[in-house]
Design a protein around this ligand. Structure first.
Ligand SMILES: [Zn+2]
Ligand SMILES: [Zn+2]
Length: 321
């Protein structure tokens, strides 16, 4: 299985400002001043080896959208603005208008906050006849929310004018399903208006997509339900939008968790790889580099013996399991 992150930002899209680009250039030039380069290859090598990700790249713009690859049909988690980029990419490679498994899109929606559905009106494959789009979720308002966001006066094209065969399928928390060749388990999460996590299993590998969830009082219990949901996962995609102080103080009950709780639960549930997700929109790239560093340091100090690999998601990150 492979996972590709099309959108990783929490709450709303964020772009790198002109001022930030200039600051990245300044830092890059400063770091290069003692180097001499004889060809393009040496420059490439310097960028890759000597510049931190916050200078040579960016954690990205788009809101939640993650592709899980490995089956014949497309599987996506959430339809934030990253869905637009995915759709444009998929339209280039699919057989337009021809019935084909490449034309079946399965989108699992965690919940109906804007940042998880706002990419759908711009999802090109939904406009193409012959495509099938199955939208899975657990909220009773699932279909109505998708209809509403494209109704007058919010968007010029109502959902009913999209030409693909679009279906809404309601799932239930605690149940297990067979969908598009994956075993899918659903879990209700603590978030304003509720959200749902999904565990995908196939070929002996497991991926848990668990965003917009606030873990609080029960986390210390040995029988905390999420320990089972995360147990032995090859990859856990986890909403850690906040630093610990924020999560337990100013932003308590906002529905998100911290990087520290992410590590604690991953270690307890023997997760193999943790990917921090739903990045805080007010954190710039440098701050996110630091956030990742702090999270890894916390693991090293408090859970040295557990071989957990930690990443921080960015638009364009690909993880192979
Ligand atoms: Zn969100
Ligand atoms: Zn939310």
């Amino acid at each position: 299985m492979k996972v590709y992150f099309w959108g990783t930002r929490g709450s709303l899209p964020v772009s790198v400002t002109a001022e930030e680009v200039r600051a990245k250039m300044f830092r890059a030039i400063k770091k290069s001043k003692d180097h001499s380069f004889n060809n393009d290859e040496e420059i490439e090598k310097f960028i890759e080896k000597d510049l931190p990700f916050s200078i040579r790249g960016s954690y990205g713009t788009n809101t939640s959208c993650v592709e899980i690859m490995g089956g014949k049909e497309y599987i996506l988690c959430d339809g934030g603005t990253g869905l637009r980029d995915f759709g444009n990419h998929a339209s280039k490679s699919s057989n337009k208008g021809e019935p084909n498994q490449k034309n079946i899109f399965n989108i699992f929606i965690s919940h109906l906050h804007w940042d998880h559905i706002q990419g759908f009106p711009f999802f090109t494959p939904a406009y193409i006849e012959g495509n099938s789009v199955n939208i899975y979720g657990c909220h009773n308002e699932l279909e109505q929310a998708f209809i509403n966001q494209q109704n007058y006066p919010y968007f010029p094209v109502p959902l009913k004018y999209m030409k693909a065969d679009i279906r809404f399928i309601t799932l239930e928390s605690g149940k297990e399903y067979e969908i598009a060749g994956f075993k899918v388990k659903v879990m209700k999460q603590n978030h304003p208006g509720d959200s749902y996590g999904y565990r995908f299993e196939r070929d002996g590998k497991s991926i848990v997509y668990s965003t917009d969830c606030e873990h609080k009082d029960d986390v210390d219990n040995e029988d905390y339900v999420f320990l089972d949901f995360f147990r032995d996962a090859d990859l856990l995609i986890f909403d850690a939008q906040y630093e610990l102080e924020e999560a337990i103080d100013a932003k308590e009950n906002w529905g998100h968790s911290s990087n520290i709780i992410a590590v604690e639960l991953s270690v307890k549930a023997k997760v193999k790889r943790l990917c921090i997700f739903h990045n805080e929109p007010t954190f710039d790239d440098e701050k996110l580099d630091q956030f990742l560093e702090n999270t890894r340091r916390y693991l090293a100090i408090h859970a040295e013996s557990h071989p957990l690999k930690i990443d921080l998601a960015y638009d364009g990150l690909q993880i192979e399991l």
